[in-house]
Write a protein that binds this ligand. Structure first.
Ligand code: BES
Ligand code: ZN
Ligand code: ZN
Length: 492
């Protein structure tokens, strides 16, 4: 999609569609034809609430446009997220009408809200609403490519706003890339396919990359990770992408859970919801997509990202309940449930990333159904061994418009993952608090003094039609925006 910032009267803009955003005060005075639009709004009982919209036809512009009036809610509650969602709604509606070009005129000049972050969010939203995973539809009609050209009306032109818009477009393209990877089915996106993807991204974004196969992982002692992969014919691939600029101010480690499919292994999942387990590599997708954006932005912050890609299947070689594994850290793990596989892959990935001498680590994982029970579908759980680092990450998430909520890590719950025959068990003795016991398991692989945040993204990673407007896609790409923001904040 091509986009451009423009100023001036809406009348002369060359586009098929025009989306006008309005608060609940229904003040249309910015529009040349304001009065007649206000009258039409009244007629259709449009209230200007978030998520509300209607087409006011034959009313505006020469030639007349598809004028979409979009609600922005209360003026004093307006946040960048308001613009992201409203812009996503507009571009989705225009796409449904097969319009090829549109202008977006939202009030970016409102008091109290910074125009820059709002514009960034708006540009992200326009891209999100326009994106669609239709590569497997063979019907040409259904494959409409969406808006090709978008004009974004800004209060004034200038470097600062231009840069915010550019950051929005770059971030959105990373998020859409992550969404595509998540939505891609597991018969196509195998661990080795993901490694090829990562190589392509690394090359294009100027990043270093190393891909380890099973024998190299074996030589490094990754006994926990490799066990998970053994039940599948699709070989595991351990991906390490790094960005190490000169004069870096900070060195981050990212770890993404990369199960291209999680059948549950020998602890087989019921069929209900199993198809969604193609999304069990959402953490890896977010990490790779964030690296793509970081490679393009080239901030003075070093980042090493690792993705331990595997497929959890119940084949003849599969690891079994009762098995005892030795992780790369040397710690031993008794398997009680082959469906608690993510933490095993993450254990070795955490050990590996800490060998890169990182200053802090963030992992993202679709780790537990329990986290969805705790926080519902929209909110990711966050756990840490370092409150200061989590606070920075929470601030980044807030700026990026992603919802995180901290869960505690009580040491007393360690007893639930004790094992009589190994250093720990991979699954807790009790059902309750499953997101927390999973976090406590991971903490065993974080070395003393490494600030670490664990994000359980099981809820928001994969959304269907009832997702928030900016999230309407199967894979959501959750985490990308927060990671990119965190890195940019670390540069300051
Ligand atoms: N990938 C799943 C977690 C998951 C569930 C993600 C639903 C997204 C939606 C994970 O590997 C898993 O199966 N976890 C188990 C852990 C249990 C066996 C201790 C779970 O949550 O039931
Ligand atoms: Zn599982
Ligand atoms: Zn899993």
């Amino acid at each position: 999609m091509k986009w451009k910032l423009v100023t001036g009267p809406l009348e002369g803009l060359k586009s098929e569609g025009l989306a006008v955003g309005v608060f609940e005060d229904l003040d249309f005075s910015r529009l040349g034809d304001g009065d007649s639009i206000a009258a039409s709004a009244k007629r259709v009982r449009f209230k200007g609430k978030p998520g509300e919209s209607y087409y006011a036809f034959e009313l505006f512009g020469k030639p007349k446009k598809h004028l979409l009036v979009v609600g922005l809610g209360k003026k004093d509650e307006c946040k960048p997220a308001t613009f992201r969602d409203a812009a996503a709604l507009a571009s989705r509606k225009f796409r449904e009408r097969t319009l090829k070009s549109a202008a977006i005129a939202f009030p970016l000049d409102g008091k109290g809200q910074a125009a820059g972050p709002s514009l960034q969010a708006l540009v992200e939203g326009v891209h999100f609403g326009n994106g669609r995973f239709d590569k497997y539809l063979t019907d040409r009609e259904a494959k409409f490519e969406g808006l090709g050209r978008v004009l974004i009306v800004v209060p004034r032109k200038g470097r600062a706003l231009e840069e915010c818009a550019q950051l929005g477009a770059l971030t959105a393209s990373a998020v859409l890339y992550a969404r595509g990877l998540v939505t891609e089915p597991s018969n196509v996106l195998t661990p080795s396919r993901m490694a090829e993807e990562a190589k392509r991204v690394a090359k294009e974004a100027g990043l270093a990359i190393k891909v380890l196969g099973p024998s190299e992982c074996e030589a490094m002692g990754m006994g926990a990770y490799l066990a998970v992969a053994k039940g599948s014919k699709n070989e595991p691939r351990f991906i390490h992408v790094s960005y190490r600029p000169k004069g870096a101010r900070f060195h981050l480690g990212f770890v993404g859970k990369g199960l291209t499919f999680d059948s549950g292994g020998l602890s087989l999942k019921p069929n209900e919801g199993m198809a969604a387990m193609k999304s069990d590599m959402s953490g890896a997708a977010a990490v790779l997509a964030a690296m793509k954006a970081i490679g393009e932005l080239r901030p003075k912050v070093a980042v090493d990202a690792v993705m331990a890609m595997a497929e959890n299947m119940p084949g003849g070689g599969a690891y079994k309940p009762g098995d005892i594994l030795t992780s790369m850290s040397g710690k031993t793990i008794e398997i009680l449930n082959a469906d608690a596989e993510g933490r095993l892959t993450l254990a070795d990935a955490l050990t590996y990333v800490q060998k890169q001498k990182v200053d802090a680590v963030v992992d993202l994982a679709t780790l537990t159904g329990a986290c969805i029970v705790a926080l519902g579908p929209d909110i990711a759980g966050a756990m840490t061994n370092d409150q200061g680092f989590l606070d920075e990450l929470l601030a980044a998430a807030r700026e990026a418009g992603e919802e995180l909520w901290q869960l505690p890590m009580p040491a007393a719950y360690n007893k639930f993952i004790q094992s009589p025959v190994a250093d720990m068990a991979n699954s807790a003795r009790i059902r309750w608090g499953g997101a927390i016991t999973a976090g406590l398991f991971l903490k065993n692989f974080v070395e003393n003094g490494t600030p670490w945040v664990h994000l359980d993204i099981a809820g928001p990673a994969y959304r269907d039609e009832d997702g928030a407007e900016a999230f309407r896609a199967e894979g959501s790409g959750v985490g990308v925006r927060t990671l990119v923001r965190l890195v940019l904040n670390k540069e300051k």
